[in-house]
Design a protein around this ligand. Structure first.
Ligand code: DP6
Length: 349
């Protein structure tokens, strides 16, 4: 396959590589993956990569004689053996495409600028930062490696760690999953959104309201699985496909109201899928609902362009054009702060 690394390489070096990768927020959500294929989505998704919320990863590699996978993980300065199974599974999966991984002892040192497992996509930024680090090593082994290949393969590897991570490789609007109307879109790696976007969508604020910073009780990987026997799954995939078509025209025309209504619809559909899966569960907390209703009331009386989206958790992302930043932020701190543990002033990259 295209991403195999077959060449003979010299492994005479030890070293350190460091990469940073941003989290992302999906506008059209990835929810559900093929049963018998590895990390292949059942619908296409699109996200904005986010400023201020990111992972920094340092990957230290030391050559060794025995060929096997050897990794230690440190998170915010502390060794985390609990992260090892996921990381080892990831290394094992990708070692098929990066055979050199078996020639080194690895130490991963990583930190996030936000709480992990709280609904801000920490697996997205951490898996993509790690994939970028691995590609930095591959670049040292293959001097002819082209930039385009570097990012495509990084996205391909990141996807094998966590689906949404493949979109975090690029800034801006990023698409993953084949969609008939989006040139270059495919199920294996993400690609930057290829069409021209109205200027209103090039500078968007995303204020993230952390309503719950405890690790999630139900992980998204479990939620994806539940789509296999979900009574409404088929309709959801059709709806996501249609919503992508709608979004393409909205992004071109620049209608922020339609954009906002579409992303709120997507967010609530995602949560509706979770609430109607078997077993069912609920990610929203009472304060999530209070925030949503307060935003709706404020929007109605102020006519401001402020809309929410939700990830796989209780936290709320508020999206609005940068032109409205001063007045909206003031309102957020005065009317929503009491519902939150923390507010992160992020923006779409
Ligand atoms: C709700 O990418 O976390 O954030 O592939 O199992 O790691 P895995 O799932 P993950 O799912 C993210 C789902 C979502 C929507 C999205 O980001 O598109």
């Amino acid at each position: 396959m295209f991403f195999f690394y077959k060449k003979k390489y010299s492994i005479d070096s030890n070293g350190v590589v460091t990469r940073k990768s941003h989290s992302n927020i999906a506008l059209i959500k990835y929810w559900g993956k093929h049963k018998n294929k590895i990390q292949i989505p059942l619908n296409s998704s699109i996200s904005y990569s986010l400023g201020e919320v990111y992972t920094v990863t340092r990957l230290i590699y030391q050559k060794k004689k025995k060929r096997n996978l050897s990794v230690r993980v440190f998170f915010s300065g502390k060794e985390k053996t609990s992260f090892l199974p996921k990381i080892l599974e990831f290394f094992n999966r990708i070692s098929y495409y990066c055979s050199y991984l078996r020639d080194y002892n690895f130490i991963i040192e990583t930190y996030n600028t936000f709480p992990h497992s709280s609904g801000i996509a920490s697996s997205a930024s951490s898996m993509s930062a790690l994939a970028l680090c691995i590609m930095e090593i591959e670049k040292k082994l293959v001097s002819s490696l082209k930039e385009d290949f570097f990012f495509k393969k990084a996205s391909f590897l990141a996807r094998l760690g966590s689906g949404s991570a493949c979109r975090s490789i690029y800034p801006g609007l990023v698409v993953w999953g084949y969609h008939q109307s989006i040139k270059g879109s495919n199920n294996f790696y993400a690609t930057p959104y290829p069409y021209k976007v109205h200027s209103i969508f090039t500078k968007i604020e995303d204020t993230i309201l952390i309503i719950d910073d405890e690790p999630k009780k139900i992980l998204s990987s479990k939620g994806h699985q539940l789509m296999h026997h979900h009574p409404y799954a088929r309709e959801r995939f059709k709806c996501a496909n249609k919503n992508m078509n709608k979004l393409i025209s909205i992004l071109k025309i620049g209608d922020f109201q339609e954009f906002g209504e579409l992303i709120e619809h997507e967010a609530l559909t995602l949560h509706a899928m979770i609430m109607t899966s078997s077993p069912y569960f609920l990610w929203m907390k009472p304060n999530t609902l209070k925030v949503i209703h307060t935003v709706w009331d404020f929007r109605k009386q102020s006519k401001k362009n402020i809309y929410f989206t939700l990830d796989a958790g209780a936290n709320v992302h508020l999206l609005y054009p940068v032109q409205e930043k001063t007045s909206i932020l003031k309102w957020i701190y005065s009317d929503l702060f009491s519902y939150c543990k923390k507010i992160i002033e992020s923006f779409c990259l």
